[in-house]
Design a protein. Structure first.
Length: 89
């Protein structure tokens, strides 16, 4: 489990990105790069990282399921994810 402060930091960054999204789009459209540089750093969507919904883990993230590889494997082996079966041949 990731530290709670890291998870909360990502939530705060997401709120900031959402808050400035329209303004960023307008500034980019008018090519006002000085105005863009005046915005907070966390207003840029590239500063967001993907995190597992269950554990908050950053690495080994599977975007389709929004889970880390470890959480995905546990849920898949338990039959909790519909349509996912352990492969064998």
């Amino acid at each position: 489990m990731a530290k709670t402060c890291w998870i909360e930091r990502e939530k705060r960054k997401q709120k900031t990105v959402n808050k400035y999204a329209a303004l960023r789009a307008e500034l980019k459209k008018t090519h006002d790069y000085v105005g863009l540089s005046m915005l907070p750093r966390d207003a840029s969507p590239t500063r967001l990282t993907h995190r597992c919904q269950l554990t908050g883990r950053r690495r080994g993230y599977i975007g389709r399921f929004k889970l880390s590889r470890i959480a995905f494997r546990e849920l898949a082996n338990g039959g909790m994810i519909p349509g996912i079966t352990k492969s064998s041949w």
